[in-house]
Design a binder for this molecule. Structure first.
Ligand code: ZN
Length: 91
């Protein structure tokens, strides 16, 4: 949805209701080159400059432009499946 919704709108909606369920709220994850793995702002102390966006939008763009997905986005097995001609990625 691009920037139509506030990034954590799905978290905030639970503040409006008392449903006797404690939601687990996770912040956006990213690949940190210095950590060498997926991380979030809670687990990674490094500056944002070394972080890679791992959004589905980036995966779709990489597939459309060159057919290759950077290894920090998905593992090789998943990348191979996504390159199959009958796989359709939707928003
Ligand atoms: Zn890090």
């Amino acid at each position: 949805m691009g920037s139509y919704y506030y990034p954590y709108a799905a978290h905030r909606i639970f503040d409006q209701y008392d449903i006797e369920v404690v939601p687990l709220r996770y912040e956006e994850s990213f690949f940190c080159g210095r950590c060498g793995r997926m991380a979030s702002s809670k687990t990674c102390p490094h500056p944002a400059a070394g972080r890679s966006d791992t959004s589905q939008t980036r995966i779709r763009k990489a597939l459309a432009e060159c057919g290759e997905i950077p290894p920090e986005l998905v593992g090789p097995e998943v990348a191979k499946m996504l390159r199959q001609p009958d796989v359709i990625l939707t928003d």
